[in-house]
Design a protein around this ligand. Structure first.
Ligand code: ZN
Length: 246
């Protein structure tokens, strides 16, 4: 049966952005929802976002922020700005919400749909390495068994393509149809904290009937997300970066 998947990631507790994306996906007749990780961290609505994603029956994997916000492991590898929010988020999540985040797997193949998901890269998924360029993608492709794989983590939407033995290439995030015999590693961008200089919320649609991928960018109520950050007394820089997409 043909499906239209809405694939979202790096929601990062941004409730107004998540609502806008889900409304748009429904208006585009999405049949299934998938999340490539980092439901929480950075923004001020972690509990609401976890509940929405859970209630949606959205298949989700574990990002680095999900992992650390749901544990008491030391935050030595975190930027101080991110660490302060992880600390705050730990105090917001219920035991039940934290347990749900901790149970999430690090990677997943979607049954019957010929695609897989991972937060950062298949090259040691539980270490959350970053794929910024074609060279990083090359080491990921060694482990990608499906023709298509979606990921997040850098908050920058992009397409990496691998044809046979040729080196992986980096392509702009534009809609396209999959070609047989090639592999694609697609970053869906970030719902809750885009970092490509475009403040609009980002996600992807994948239509199995046409084998086509579409990148969607959406306006949402940034002022509301900022007001929530300020009301929670989270660092001001987190509010300001939302309007510039950095
Ligand atoms: Zn993230």
């Amino acid at each position: 049966m043909d499906k239209k998947f809405a694939i979202l990631g790096d929601i990062h507790a941004n409730l107004p952005a998540l609502r806008a994306v889900l409304d748009d996906a429904r208006s585009q007749s999405a049949t299934d929802f998938i999340c490539v990780g980092d439901v929480v961290g950075y923004n001020a609505s972690p509990c609401e976002c976890v509940d929405i994603i859970r209630d949606l029956g959205c298949l989700t994997i574990q990002g680095n922020h999900d992992h650390y916000c749901a544990s008491d492991e030391p935050l030595t590898d975190f930027h101080p700005l991110a660490a302060s929010v992880v600390d705050w988020t730990r105090r917001q999540l219920s035991a039940d919400q934290a347990a749900w985040l901790r149970r999430l797997e690090y990677q997943k193949t979607i049954p019957g749909a010929m695609f897989s998901i991972v937060h950062g890269t298949f090259d040691m998924p539980e270490q959350w390495g970053y794929v910024f360029d074609a060279l990083d993608a090359e080491s990921h492709f060694v482990y990608q068994k499906t023709p298509l794989c979606f990921h997040g983590h850098t908050h920058v939407p992009v397409v990496f393509e691998k044809r046979g033995m040729s080196p992986a290439v980096r392509m702009e995030p534009m809609g396209f149809q999959l070609s047989f015999g090639r592999k694609y590693f697609i970053n869906v961008g970030s719902v809750g904290q885009p970092r490509d200089g475009n403040p609009k919320a980002s996600y992807c649609l994948y239509d199995t009937s046409t084998r086509s991928v579409e990148f969607r960018r959406l306006d949402y109520d940034i002022a509301e997300a900022q007001a929530l950050i300020r009301a929670a007394h989270l660092p001001e820089r987190l509010a300001l970066r939302l309007e510039v997409g950095r």
